[in-house]
Design a protein around this ligand. Structure first.
Ligand code: ATP
Ligand code: MG
Length: 408
């Protein structure tokens, strides 16, 4: 196969650890080439973070050779020929050339091959099926170069067949559009996605999450979100997430991209639906708590006006939630006077007050263990908050003593 173009040397290609991994695998024969997002993004002049490698060396030999070179290897996807080398803090996914013998929509039965073109055929999109040698020479078995330059995301082979083989490709299609832009849409690819959206519920939560996260995390997900809506792609996965208009208004107001806040904007139905979405996407405990804290309805409370109200809200829910709920409230139309920016600013500069009294302080006053301790603490806290969070520990103890005497 002849090279069709050449990448100029770039840091991620020439980095010592990259060279070291490639040399370790090629040492006893065989070849390693860059593939996937690294080649695609490099051709677009974008930064490359994640480096995927393809090789005609069998996985056992890849593991052995890396091991001999003292490079750590993790068998991350051995069943489909992928191992991950971890070297000097960088991760390299290395996949042996393969073809998919049988695909049932989830798991493919595979066979290894030494034919680069065959490996390109089993990849999802032409823009992801370009190989680049360590010297930068580019090989293009399925016509991906023209598509990269036109920013056109096209399935390799028949789109409908490729989607039924692995439905995740349908979501990956929108992820690639989110990355490359939606100008050069290939009508056949898009039509096949629309027609197969009903298959999406069969996907595992982890796989769905990873793609949705990456779609929502791009700098501006609005164009692709419009397509998701028009094509009915999100509805089969997250039926309670029709809030595209909110997302549309949220994005230009955000201090930085934040996929979870954007997901919160999409979800209707309050805490119950936020919990259900978190479950569907297998979010971590921390992420679930955050999504629930950001759940609607959003209202005037979320846009506190004035320093006192902002501080009260900050004390109650914390800076991050104050900021996010103010942004969401504005996006939901609950900020008719345009004051959300003040709450967002307060969240950035105001310090969250810390209540200086503990249970042991109350016990030290001779209050017996039990519900009375909590009641007294809460009463002092209300007094302290109403007074602008100014009273220090000594003043709060004094207040507690007064209340304890009055109560006792
Ligand atoms: P990113 O820059 O986000 O890493 P990527 O294109 O490299 O994008 P990966 O998920 O890292 O995406 O996958 C690496 C490559 O493996 C893809 O470019 C594609 O060639 C192939 N690939 C990944 N998932 C699939 C799939 N479900 N079906 C076919 N090929 C796939
Ligand atoms: Mg990648």
């Amino acid at each position: 196969m002849d090279a069709v173009a050449c990448l100029l040397p770039q840091d991620w290609m020439t980095a010592r650890e990259t060279r070291h991994v490639i040399q370790a695998i090629e040492r006893l024969g065989g070849h390693v080439r860059f593939v996937g997002g690294a080649v695609r993004d490099a051709l677009l002049g974008r930064p490359v973070s994640d480096v995927d490698l393809a090789t005609d060396v069998a996985p056992d030999a890849v593991i052995a050779r890396l091991g001999q070179a003292g490079i750590k290897v993790v068998p991350t996807g051995l069943a489909h020929g992928t191992v991950t080398a971890v070297h000097a803090g960088r991760h390299f996914e290395i996949t042996t050339l393969r073809r998919d013998v049988e695909a049932d929509g989830r798991r493919a039965k595979i066979a290894y091959t030494d034919d680069w073109a065959e490996d390109a055929e089993r990849r999802d999109f032409t823009v992801n099926a370009l190989f680049a040698g360590g010297d930068g020479l580019i090989f293009d078995p399925v016509g991906g170069l023209d598509d990269v330059l036109a920013r056109r995301v096209r399935f390799v082979g028949d789109p409908a067949r490729r989607i039924t083989e692995d439905v995740l490709r349908l979501l990956r299609y929108y992820r690639m559009l989110a990355r490359l832009g939606i100008h050069g849409i290939d009508p056949a690819s898009r039509a096949a996605c629309r027609a197969h959206a009903h298959l999406l519920p069969g996907l595992s939560g982890e796989r769905v999450r990873s793609e949705i996260e990456r779609i929502l995390a791009v700098a501006d997900p609005r164009p692709v979100a419009r397509l998701l809506e028009e094509d009915g792609i999100l509805a089969p996965l997250l039926p309670a997430a029709p809030g595209f208009a909110r997302l549309e208004r949220l994005v230009p107001t955000e201090p930085a991209a934040d996929w979870l806040r954007r997901l919160a904007a999409l979800i209707d139905g309050g805490i119950a639906e936020a919990e259900r979405a978190a479950d569907r996407l297998r979010l971590s405990r921390h992420e679930t708590a955050r999504l629930v804290a950001l759940a609607g309805p959003w209202g005037a409370d979320d846009v506190p006006v004035g320093e006192k109200a902002c501080r009260d809200r900050l004390y109650a829910i914390g800076a991050e939630t104050l900021r996010d709920r103010a942004l969401l409230a504005a996006a939901a139309g609950a900020d008719p006077d345009g004051r959300a920016g003040e709450a967002v600013a307060a969240a950035a500069w105001m310090e969250r007050p810390v209540f200086p009294l503990r249970g042991r302080d109350v016990l030290a006053l001779g209050v017996p263990r039990g519900a009375a301790v909590g009641r007294l603490l809460a009463a002092v806290e209300r007094w302290w908050a109403a007074d602008g969070y100014r009273a220090d520990a000594a003043a709060c103890r004094e207040r507690a003593a007064v209340l304890a005497r009055a109560g006792g």
